[in-house]
Structures are given as structure tokens and as C-alpha cells.
Design a protein around this ligand. Structure first.
Ligand code: PMP
Ligand code: GLN
Length: 415
């Protein structure tokens, strides 16, 4: 293997999904819906296959009907006209969008700022581009009163620490909004403050991973970094049909941004998959067009808010004090009341990313002894900071209500 490939071992998903299957646990680990997509989405794919005509390579930067639909749906949210053929590239999920964007912007030795915890594929993509990750952790602020619920809003940047991470070598700042795994929805004031710092570093491009854009709760608005003054020309916004339509297996994503950056990404994309699965692109285009005529996106958020409340209540009753998420379909539970032998272990690294033994052990025990799988979030930290989340586990709630109810029962076994 090359030096880059040697950097990797099995990722957190490869341990916990099989472990869940082996122990027949309720899998609240890897985030994917356990229910079927809406009928209009399945129908769109069936119709596409039935009518034929969508079985050969698609246009490399994106199937025309899909880039047109993306332009129609997103232009109002970006407060500008997104030009479909020059400002959009479709990709193999948001994962390829992020990989391609990093390959496009980052060269050997260039630096990328990652805010911890970060979705684990970011650091892998930086390694493969020959770049170097600089890590800045979100810091959980104490609540005003002990009786207040914890909230993802209290996970904040230390602004001095954040600004110090920028150097003349910084090429990319990677933002995730809403944020996996914390559930934080960045406020406009926070994004404006980030933009102020970005403006002082003209060589920096912002990749804003907004795959959970339609999942915000309690009336909180998802603000787009690209709509902050002067930031459109500096921002690559990443989206995913997998999250929006509960079709994570279709792997359809996209980048939206200014022409000069998008054309460079399109050039790189030609040498990765060249083009994306045509029938799925046609079907996602139809599905996106449908959202213009029905309340689907609003209903999606309402459905997930109900599921969030269900899981938050269960975690609270189990004494796993939850950090109530403002967005996404994840919630962090505080596992500090669980005491296992040897769980004060040292950090160690298998993947070059962080791994703290306590949270891995707690998540293994939750699977084997309690029957519920969760994800240890030190996998989303650098080795240097892997100790910070030792008392957290991430649970996902994109599951049927009856499955969340089974998890509720299982949690009651935690003594
Ligand atoms: N970004 C984040 C924050 C995610 O949670 C995911 C989910 N895997 C992705 C990107 C990748 O999305 P996709 O499944 O569309 O590749
Ligand atoms: N985004 C999902 C999660 O965070 C899926 C991860 C994956 O499949 N690699 O759970």
C-alpha cells in the first residue's frame, strides 16, 4: 500500500455495524433510516427504469434534469440564481463531493481546518490529497443552571483557538452545518464571525457540508454559509439526496458554488467516477421537483423532531443525560454513569484518527450487554483530542418509532 493507504485501518463503521448484526442489537449506530423512502421517490425510480432511456453514462458534471432541479430548488435559499450547468456538480453521494472538493483545493502539505468532532471521512480525504488537518474542538459550555437541558447550541468554538489555527498554508475550512454528531445548527452570528476570519485569509475556500439541511427543530432556521456577505464566491456547499429522501444507498450528492471552483471540481470528478448513476439522478431530479409542489421538506423535519423527542426522553430516563440536538438525526448521550472495568484506558490510534478506549468500550458494552448500538465519537477526533469526548456516545433516531421504543426498554437495563 502507498503511504496514504497505510494510514488507514478499519473505520468505526466497520466495527460497529457488524457487531450490531452479530449481537442482534437495536442499531442506533451508523446513521441510515430503517424505513422506506416516500412513495413519490420510489415511484420516480420505478418510472425511470420502466420508461427506459436512462441506462447509459450521464453527463459528467451532472445529469441535466438533476442540475436544473437543484438550481430551481436551491436558488431561493441561496438568494441568487444558481446557474445549473456551471455552478452545480453532481457526485456519488456527499462523500464524493467532499473528496472531490478537497482534491481540488488541497495540495501536498496544504492545511485544512477541521472542527472537532468531525465526520470521519473528512480527515481521510485530507490524507489522500496529501494535506494536513488542523483540529479545533468545539467546547461544551456549562449550562446556566444544572436543571437546564443540555443543548447542542452550547457546543461552541473558542474564537482565539479557532483563529490561531489559520496559517498561510491553510487552504480549506470544513464546516458541517447542521453538525454531525453534535446536532449543532450554527447561528447566523457564528457564521458571520467565521466569515470575518475567513476574509482575513484570502487563500481559504470554505467547504460547507449541509447534508442535514432540512432537519432542524424547534423552529430553528438553517443558515447557509454561502449566503453570508461576500462568501458565495469562497464557498462550496455540499448536499445529499440520501438524507433528504431517506435513500442513503442511492449515493446521490452534489456541490454548489461559484463557476471557477465548480469547473475545477468538475474536472477532477471526470477522473474519479466520471459520472454518476443515471437512473438515480433522473429519479432524484423528479423527487426534488416534487418538493416544489408539496410540504415534504417541512413534514420531514416534523417527523424527525418527534423521533428526536422520543429518544431524548428515553436517554434522560436512562440517566444518559442527552445533549438535545437542534438539527441532524443524531443525539449525544452522556455515559459517565456507566462504569466498566478498564475504561480509563489511554488514547490509542488505529486509523490516524482519534480513538479513546473508554467510549469504544462503553459502546461495545451497550451493544453486547444492553442490546443497543451507538457510536463512540472519539472516532471523530484527532488523536490529540481523543480524550475530550470519552463520556459521550452518539445515538441516531432515523428509526421506526417501534424501534426507538424497543431501545427505550433496553436502556432500562442500565443499572
Ligand atoms: N457528511 C456528513 C456530515 C454525513 O453525516 C454524511 C453521511 N454519511 C455524509 C457527509 C455523506 O453523505 P452521502 O451518504 O451522501 O455520501
Ligand atoms: N453519515 C452516517 C453517520 O454518520 C453514515 C456514515 C457512513 O456510512 N460512513 O452515521
Amino acid at each position: 500500500p502507498s503511504p496514504q493507504a497505510s494510514h488507514f485501518g478499519p473505520s468505526v463503521w466497520v466495527e460497529f455495524s457488524p457487531l450490531s448484526i452479530k449481537h442482534k442489537s437495536i442499531n442506533l449506530g451508523q446513521g441510515f433510516p430503517d424505513f422506506e423512502p416516500p412513495q413519490f421517490v420510489s415511484d420516480a425510480l420505478a418510472k425511470t427504469v420502466e420508461t427506459g432511456g436512462f441506462n447509459q453514462y450521464a453527463r459528467s458534471p451532472g445529469h441535466l434534469r438533476l442540475v436544473n432541479a437543484i438550481s430551481k430548488v436551491y436558488s431561493p435559499y441561496f438568494e441568487r440564481t444558481i446557474e445549473p450547468t456551471t455552478e452545480v456538480v453532481t457526485t456519488v453521494g456527499a462523500s464524493e463531493a467532499i473528496f472531490c472538493a478537497i482534491q481540488t483545493c488541497v495540495g501536498q502539505g496544504d492545511e485544512v481546518i477541521l472542527i472537532e468532532p468531525f465526520f470521519d471521512i473528512y480527515s481521510g480525504a485530507v490524507v489522500m490529497a496529501g494535506g494536513v488537518s488542523k483540529h479545533v474542538p468545539l467546547r461544551e459550555q456549562p449550562r446556566k443552571n444544572v436543571t437546564d437541558a443540555r443543548s447542542s447550541a452550547n457546543w461552541e468554538l473558542d474564537w482565539d483557538e479557532f483563529e490561531k489555527a489559520f496559517t498561510p498554508k491553510t487552504r480549506v475550512l470544513l464546516l458541517n452545518n447542521p453538525h454531525n454528531p453534535v446536532g449543532k445548527v450554527w447561528s447566523r452570528a457564528e457564521l458571520e464571525r467565521i466569515a470575518e476570519i475567513v476574509k482575513r485569509h484570502p487563500q481559504v475556500t470554505v467547504i460547507s457540508d449541509e447534508v442535514y439541511e432540512w432537519m432542524t427543530y424547534d423552529g430553528i432556521k438553517h443558515e447557509r454559509f454561502a449566503t453570508i456577505k461576500d462568501m458565495y464566491d469562497r464557498t462550496i456547499t455540499v448536499g445529499s439526496a440520501g438524507k433528504t429522501f431517506s435513500i442513503t444507498g442511492w449515493k446521490i450528492g452534489w456541490c454548489i458554488g461559484p463557476k471557477n471552483i465548480i469547473s475545477a471540481i468538475a474536472n477532477v470528478h471526470q477522473y474519479i467516477p466520471f459520472s454518476v448513476h443515471t437512473p438515480s439522478q433522473e429519479a432524484v431530479a423528479i423527487a426534488l421537483e416534487e418538493t416544489l409542489h408539496r410540504d415534504y421538506l417541512k413534514e420531514l423535519a416534523q417527523m424527525y423532531q418527534g423521533k428526536r423527542d422520543r429518544l431524548v426522553t428515553s436517554l434522560r430516563q436512562a440517566g444518559l443525560d442527552p445533549v438535545v440536538p437542534q438539527g441532524t438525526y443524531f443525539v449525544l448521550g452522556d455515559t459517565s454513569r456507566i462504569h466498566l472495568q478498564g475504561d480509563e484506558g489511554q488514547s490509542s490510534s488505529i486509523t490516524g484518527m482519534g480513538k479513546h478506549l473508554r467510549d469504544w468500550n462503553v459502546c461495545r458494552w451497550l451493544t453486547t450487554d444492553i442490546g443497543v448500538t451507538a457510536i463512540p465519537i472519539s472516532a471523530f477526533y484527532s488523536e490529540e483530542h481523543a480524550h475530550l469526548p470519552a463520556n459521550y456516545a452518539r445515538f441516531c433516531f432515523c428509526k421506526k418509532d417501534q424501534v426507538l421504543d424497543q431501545a427505550d426498554k433496553a436502556f432500562q437495563q442500565i443499572k
